[in-house]
Design a protein around this ligand. Sequence first.
Ligand SMILES: NC(=O)C1=CN([C@@H]2O[C@H](COP(=O)(O)OP(=O)(O)OC[C@H]3O[C@@H](n4cnc5c(N)ncnc54)[C@H](OP(=O)(O)O)[C@@H]3O)[C@@H](O)[C@H]2O)C=CC1
Ligand SMILES: O=C(CO)COP(=O)(O)O
Length: 327
Amino acid sequence: ALASARSDTLIWARDPDQALSIGQRHVNPRHLPDIALPPALRATADFGAALAHVLEGPDQADRLIVLGVPMSGLADVCRRLAQALPARVPGSAPVHLLWTCKGISPDTHQWPHQIVAETLPGTAWLRTGVLSGPSFAREVAQGLPVALAVASRDPDTGRAAQAAFHGTQARIYGTRDVMGVEVGGALKNVMAIACGISDGLRLGTNARAALITRGLAEIQRLGVALGGQADTFIGLTGLGDLVLTATGELSRNRQVGVAIGQGRSLDDILAGGMTAEGVRCARAAQALGREHGLDLPITDAVCDVLFGGVAPTQAVAALLARDPRDE
Ligand SMILES: NC(=O)C1=CN([C@@H]2O[C@H](COP(=O)(O)OP(=O)(O)OC[C@H]3O[C@@H](n4cnc5c(N)ncnc54)[C@H](OP(=O)(O)O)[C@@H]3O)[C@@H](O)[C@H]2O)C=CC1
Ligand SMILES: O=C(CO)COP(=O)(O)O
């Protein structure tokens, strides 16, 4: 999306062959082999050269770094950045750093912004924020329209993202609610697994609508308890991304759920190395809910099925057998 809006976009890939293919043939052979990437997109496997491109490029107004790695790679890439960033940056304009990952660290239960703050501390000129919302990578790479949100404590970061992304494809909304946006992004993946399981069991569209709606209530309950704003959860990064992921066939989290509902094992489904952040963060979400004394029944059911040896049909029966309550 960036490369379609501006000609000076450079992608860094850790795999030199991948960088070569993206830069010269405009194809990402591993992740999107059948899609032609914008011809203006350049690529490198040299981390220092990629950073120099941002810091020393001619456009001092909106210098932007987007980290498109999963949760498992965020701390690693931030540490590399911390080591490579100079004490002072050339020029006076700040550098804006965005991340796209949606999840919670399975070990430390940290949110992405906490990992970034811990690994990149005290860099006054580096402004940070999360880029999130309904956005299957395949559709974005095909040049189809997309609306996203950037959450940052610094409104300039939202404005920098708007300046960089706005063109013919993408529209970016700004918000200050970093926690709300990150909770929405992480928990919608858990709910997409639940909806996938329901669809894999052929429980019908009524059941799916119920899971989406009650799932949203659950996401909002946790998000507000952690300091997020209630209305963030009915925006792009809450309801928008939940609807996309719970119903869209491109969702990997949904695909995991469907396969489980059809009787496959989790190990078998993930054997090919598929990124399904909901699997990685469901237990952390459950633990955070318990810490805050919250009822998260769909998250509990997903954990029971993924890790507790509970059959999907049993988990559904347990959800339906819960005590009556007001909506
Ligand atoms: N895919 C999607 O549709 C969307 C994904 N997201 C979120 O964005 C994040 C990334 O997702 P996605 O792109 O699908 O993930 P992938 O697993 O496809 O990884 C994306 C890229 O990150 C690289 N990477 C992974 N770990 C490291 C590391 N330690 N150091 C350097 N590079 C690394 C991978 O390199 P390599 O190819 O060498 O493995 C790959 O090029 C996830 O948290 C996801 O939830 C958000 C919106 C949409
Ligand atoms: O976050 C996404 C779309 O916004 C991608 O969802 P999956 O990770 O389930 O494929």
